[in-house]
Every structure is written in structure tokens, then in C-alpha cells.
Ligand binder design. Structure first.
Ligand code: SF4
Length: 668
């Protein structure tokens, strides 16, 4: 019997119109867990590096995490994986909400799409019954609108629907997949779904999931719930409001935006407005939020209520959470009223709330600097808000300049030329990042930005505080109940971290400490992404309820897999390395492991080199960032080394890359 997982994947070939139920190998679950881990294994096995994002051979995998559908609080993530049109590397974006548990209850762990449908279709999964249905009547419809219509026509009000909007249909590189209470937004997954001709996947399941040791498992779940209650009543002192509690940053509940508006950058990520947050602004923004926010809402089986339904006057209701509250407002140099209204359009169109505002602000900066002219933007309104609506409409329809901008700032800048590249300044691996520009280099964040392959800093950070507490007595109080640390040494790292002087950034945390901290943080995110756990209850906040000490027990009693901390760390390292191997095979190298040039004003090239050299060694990668044969062997990934040797990425006799490949980078 399979526990926690169903052991069945749905394979749908859209070119042939075939649907197959395929049993998965339980040995793969032991080695790669589930969710991201087994998604990566499938992509490695079946999508060779020659396959382009929009080729029929590219797969789009919707993987429910290993523990999704079990009673574990907050375990509801769908990990959507493919080859990204934006980066041409592996994409894995998480979707919360209700979709993954519903898929499990229908009897499947993953939906794997391949090929391309000649006509627009949607997929309807109800337990054993799976159909590919005509979606021509849904063409051009909004993502939320589509979900509503599908539920109505199926007469299935409880169906969970993941859908794309117009942006996905038109293969906008930052198109999202929307799912009512969450979305898989980053890296253009919606564009791949649109390219495959799939408007939506609707699912309803009425089955159940087996738990290996139900009594033990429920006791663990109960402990987690108790701890969440405790943390909700005891916010962490000494850190900014949004980092004090659990869950996604509580942007829907909080009205105090002093920190974001005065520290993050406005416009095209270049302007800081240090005195922006006045009493008048606070009053106006609070009123706006209270008038438009109709309800706080949670994902499946979670008490945290990180999201909210937003009902702008005269517009349909939509769901919002986290920093997307501010992205449109700040990019357009406008106010919250505008941000909440345009986000309704953007959600229906199905676009990423981080990239889209940056792309539009980038276009306006090019216009202000004469690189784009009136001839490129015919009929564009003169006011900032009007321009944003105008640009958004053109981007999702790929009309005129919108067709160029729809490929994101990196590719658009290449196409526009004439100095536009300089304005695409906030990218990592060709992908837009948080609009944050700082002064002093932080060695931990340098490594996370440079080497992260989720390519989104908020999904790498967590666990270790972002800044030192000013006084030692406060640091001592912080570490007292910090039981989540994998090793006591992390407490000492934090205790000795000072805001100024010898033990401060950029040389403290030291290079070795930085490697330890980044590895811990990254590991927790990768574990979450395999189990389907929301990062908001594990890898992202300080002192979370799920951690390296209780996760093995969840896996053992839930999935019936013999597990301890060491085995779990090894499994996470295995599929983390496999993700890197997929990207290395697609041409990624050391040259691509870097933060945006202007992320910090004060840079330290020698220190940065040492950080990267040491971290690569620590991870078992060679000088060029390629996993070595020895480290691959230790992780049972000999098939990866054989492939690397066959392709000339590693030489047969040693771990050094072949000379002609050493400087290779992501294909242009
Ligand atoms: S913590 Fe928030 S984002 Fe995470 S599952 Fe719960 S409600 Fe959803």
C-alpha cells in the first residue's frame, strides 16, 4: 500500500488526446520525496536540454506535494514545473489554495501535460473520470471568470480550477496560472500552459489518502497547531511587523506600509521615497484597504488567513496576498486605490504581480529617456495610471510594443537595443526580482541571490534573521527558545553578529558561516517544495512550526518512509542537485550566478569570489558551479555524471569541466 501519496500520475498527451494513469515508482519517492523532487526527476529523464520551452516535448507538471491531502496544517502546495520561456531553465512555482489536496482525493499525485492541443481545451478530472473538453467558448476569458464558468457548466461548485487568462493564451513570458486563492506566478508557467492549448484544469476528488501511522501523525499535527496558536499570541519582538508572525507576510491585515514604501524602490526599481509615509497617506491607504477588503481567507486546512478577497467598486472580486498589494502602486508612483484596482485586471489576465509592474515601469523609463518614442507607444495616455492600464492591455494581447514587452525586461531590452539593456537592471538569470536596492553587501543574501535556482529571493530566505539585533541581551533572548536550528552553532553565529564593527556585514557572518546559513535556508525551502508545505509555516518565517527536527517524523508516520534528519537532508540535497543538473545541462554556469549589479552600492569583488568559491565547494560543485562526479556519486546521481561526461560537460577522468564548455552560459 502507498501512504500519503496515491502512487498514480495522470499523463495527458494533448497532441494525441490520450489520457493514461501511470503508476509511479515508490523507490523514486524514497529518493526524491515528491512534489518538486519527483517533478525534477521526471524533467531530467524526459526533457533533454535541446527541448525549447514552447516545444511539444516540453512537459508541464502539476505535482501535489508528498503530504498534501493529509491533515498536516498548511500542506496544500501544487508544485508546477516546466522549462521557463523567460530563463530557459527549469521553473518551479508553488500554488497554494485547494487544488493539490483535491487532486490527491481524486486519486492522483501529478498531472503531466505533454504535446499541444490543436484547439483550446480544458481538462476535467473527477475521481476516475478524466476528460479533455472543448474550451473554445472560454477563449479570451479571465482566469477567475473561467473558473466560475467551468464550475457552472459542470454543475460542480466544489471543483478546484487552475486556469490561465489572456496572457497565458498569448504566451506572455510572465503569465501566471491562477487558482482562486493562489497562483503559480513566476517564470511564465501560464505561457507554457497556453502554448499547450490548455485553458484550465478542473478537479474534484471524493476519495481519501492513507496514512501509515494515523495516531502518531495526528499527534504531530496537533503539536503544530498548538505551536501556531502560541506563535500567534507571541509575536517575535525586535523585527519588522511582517516578520514577527507566521504565514505569508500579513499584508492584507496590516495597514502600516512605512517599511515597504520607504525602503523598497518605486518606478523601475530606482527611486527611493524616504519620507513618503505621512499620517495623511496612512489614513487614505487604511480607508482604501478597509473599503475594498471584503474578507480575510486561508488556503486549505490552515488557520492563518494570509489572503483577502478584494472587491474594488464596480469590479468583480478577486484574491490577493502578500507584497502584490504594493507592486502596481509603487511601480506607477501612484496610490493604493489604483494598485488594488489594476490588480483585479491583472489577475483576470493572469500575469505575475512581481514582473508585470516592473516591465511596465521599465517601458515608461525607456520612454522618458527617449529610447521608446511616441511612434512606439501610439495613443498612450499622458497620466501614469492611464499608461499602466494601456500598457497592460497591450502586453497581454501582444499588440504593438506590448508584443516586445510581453517577453520580460531582459528579452525586451535585447530586442529594443539602443541602450535599453541598461534599464533592465533588476534581473537574476533574466528574471525580474524584488525592487530592493541596498547599501552594504550582505554575504548571506549575496549567496542566496547568486545561486538560488528558484530565482525569487523571497522563496529562498527565512529562518535566520535578516539583520542583527542591536543589543546582545536581545540576541540572547532570541536564541533562548530557538529550537528549530539544525545545529547549536547557528545560535552562536547570531549571538556574535553586530550591526557595526568587526562582526558586521560584509565580513560577518564569515564565509563559512554564510555557507552554513544559506544551505540551511535553502534546504528547508526544498523540503517544503517536495512535501507541499506552505513556506509560510516552515522555511520562510522565523521560528516556524515545521522544521528539520519534526519533518522526519511527519514523513515516517505519514508516508511510511524510514526517515531521520540525515536521510532527509540527503534527499533534499539530491533533488536540489538534480535541479542544478537540469540547469547546468541547459547551459547555466558560474557566470549566471550573480545578483543584479546594482543590488548593493558597496560591493566586494574579492569577498564575493571567495563566497562563491567556498559555497560551490561546500555544495560539491566545481569551480564553474557544476556538481562534481564525486558529489553526484554520493547522492546516487551517477546517471547525471554519465550524462555530463557524454555531453562533454564533465571530462571522463576528473571533475574539471572540459575547456571549451567552461565559459558556456545560458543560451541567448
Ligand atoms: S500560512 Fe497562509 S499562505 Fe500558507 S497555507 Fe496558510 S493561509 Fe495559505
Amino acid at each position: 500500500m502507498r501512504y500519503a501519496e496515491t502512487g498514480i500520475n495522470l499523463e495527458i498527451d494533448l497532441s494525441r488526446g490520450s489520457i493514461d494513469r501511470v503508476a509511479s515508482d515508490p523507490r523514486d519517492t524514497e529518493l526524491y520525496l515528491g512534489g518538486l523532487g519527483t517533478n525534477a526527476k521526471i524533467l531530467w529523464d524526459r526533457v533533454p536540454p535541446e527541448v525549447e520551452p514552447f516545444a511539444p516535448e516540453n512537459l508541464l507538471i502539476f505535482g501535489a506535494g508528498l503530504l498534501c491531502g493529509t491533515p498536516a496544517t498548511g500542506c496544500n502546495r501544487t508544485i508546477v514545473s516546466t522549462i521557463s520561456p523567460q530563463t530557459k531553465l527549469m521553473a518551479f512555482s508553488m500554488m497554494g489554495g485547494f487544488w493539490a489536496p483535491e487532486l490527491k482525493y481524486a486519486g492522483y499525485d501529478k498531472v503531466i501535460l505533454r504535446g499541444k492541443s490543436p484547439d483550446l481545451v480544458y481538462i476535467w478530472i473527477k475521481d476516475d473520470k478524466v476528460e479533455i473538453r472543448d474550451a473554445s467558448h472560454l477563449q479570451g476569458k479571465g482566469a477567475t471568470e473561467t473558473a466560475v464558468q467551468i464550475r457552472q457548466e459542470l454543475n460542480e461548485p466544489k471543483a478546484q480550477v487552475a486556469a490561465i487568462g489572456l496572457a497565458g493564451e498569448n504566451r506572455v513570458y510572465f503569465a501566471s496560472i491562477e487558482q482562486g486563492r493562489s497562483s503559480a506566478s513566476r517564470l511564465g508557467l501560464g505561457a507554457v500552459m497556453g502554448d499547450k492549448g490548455v485553458k484550465a484544469i478542473a478537479v474534484r476528488g471524493t476519495g481519501d489518502i492513507n496514512i501509515a501511522q494515523p495516531a502518531e501523525y495526528l499527534a504531530l499535527c496537533h503539536e503544530v497547531l498548538e505551536y501556531i496558536k502560541f506563535r500567534n499570541q507571541n509575536p517575535i519582538p525586535g523585527v519588522m511587523t511582517i516578520l514577527q508572525g507566521l504565514g505569508s507576510p500579513q499584508e492584507m491585515a496590516t495597514h502600516d506600509e512605512k517599511w515597504h514604501t520607504e525602503n523598497f524602490m518605486w518606478g523601475n526599481s530606482r527611486v527611493r521615497r524616504r519620507d513618503f509615509w505621512t499620517d495623511e497617506v496612512k489614513k487614505a491607504w487604511t480607508e482604501t484597504m478597509e473599503n475594498m477588503r471584503t474578507r480575510l481567507i486561508s488556503c486549505y486546512n490552515c488557520p492563518m488567513k494570509c489572503g483577502a478577497t478584494i472587491s474594488p467598486p464596480g469590479k468583480p472580486t478577486y484574491m490577493m496576498k502578500c507584497f502584490s498589494k504594493l507592486t502596481y502602486t509603487m511601480a506607477a508612483m501612484s496610490d493604493l486605490d489604483f494598485g488594488l484596482k489594476i490588480a483585479q485586471h491583472a489577475t483576470e489576465y493572469g500575469v505575475d504581480g512581481f514582473s508585470t509592474p516592473q516591465v511596465m515601469a521599465f517601458a515608461l523609463e525607456l520612454y522618458e529617456n527617449g529610447i521608446l518614442t511616441d511612434a512606439d507607444l501610439p495613443g498612450m495616455p499622458s497620466d501614469s495610471e492611464g499608461r499602466f492600464y494601456w500598457l497592460l492591455d497591450r502586453i497581454v494581447r501582444r499588440e504593438g510594443i506590448g508584443d516586445v514587452l510581453a517577453n520580460g525586461t531582459y528579452w525586451a531590452a535585447q530586442e529594443i537595443g539602443n541602450g535599453a539593456e541598461e534599464y533592465a537592471h533588476n534581473n537574476i538569470k533574466k528574471h525580474e526580482q524584488l525592487p530592493l536596492k541596498l547599501s552594504m553587501l550582505n554575504p548571506v543574501y549575496f549567496l542566496m541571490y547568486a545561486t538560488g535556482e528558484k530565482i525569487n529571493i523571497t522563496q529562498i530566505e527565512g529562518q535566520f534573521p535578516q539583520a542583527p539585533y542591536p543589543k546582545r541581551e536581545h540576541r540572547e533572548a532570541f536564541v533562548k527558545d530557538w529550537f528549530q536550528v539544525p545545529h547549536e552553532k547557528f545560535k552562536q553565529y547570531f549571538l556574535d553578529w553586530e550591526p557595526r564593527g568587526e562582526n558586521s556585514n560584509p565580513y560577518y557572518p564569515t564565509v563559512q558561516m554564510s555557507c552554513d546559513i544559506v544551505d540551511w535556508q535553502e534546504k528547508m525551502h526544498y523540503i517544503d517544495d517536495a512535501l507541499g508545505m506552505c513556506a509560510g509555516l516552515s522555511s520562510f518565517p522565523l521560528k516556524p512550526p515545521y522544521h528539520i527536527h519534526n519533518y522526519p517524523k511527519f514523513i515516517a508516520s505519514g508516508a511510511g518512509i524510514d526517515m531521520d534528519e540525515e536521510k532527509l537532508s540527503q534527499a533534499a540535497k539530491r533533488y536540489r542537485t538534480l535541479v542544478r543538473a537540469i540547469n547546468i545541462r541547459r547551459g547555466m554556469r558560474r557566470k549566471d550566478d550573480k545578483p543584479p549589479e546594482n543590488h548593493w552600492k558597496k560591493r566586494f569583488p574579492e569577498l564575493e569570489k571567495e563566497l562563491l568559491d567556498t559555497y560551490y565547494k561546500f555544495k560539491g560543485w566545481n569551480h564553474d558551479g557544476i556538481p562534481t562526479k564525486a558529489s553526484l556519486h554520493e547522492l546516487d546521481l551517477d546517471y547525471v555524471s554519465e550524462d555530463f561526461v557524454g555531453r562533454g560537460i564533465l571530462a571522463a577522468g576528473d571533475d574539471a569541466p572540459l575547456k571549451e564548455n567552461a565559459a558556456e552560459k545560458v543560451p541567448e
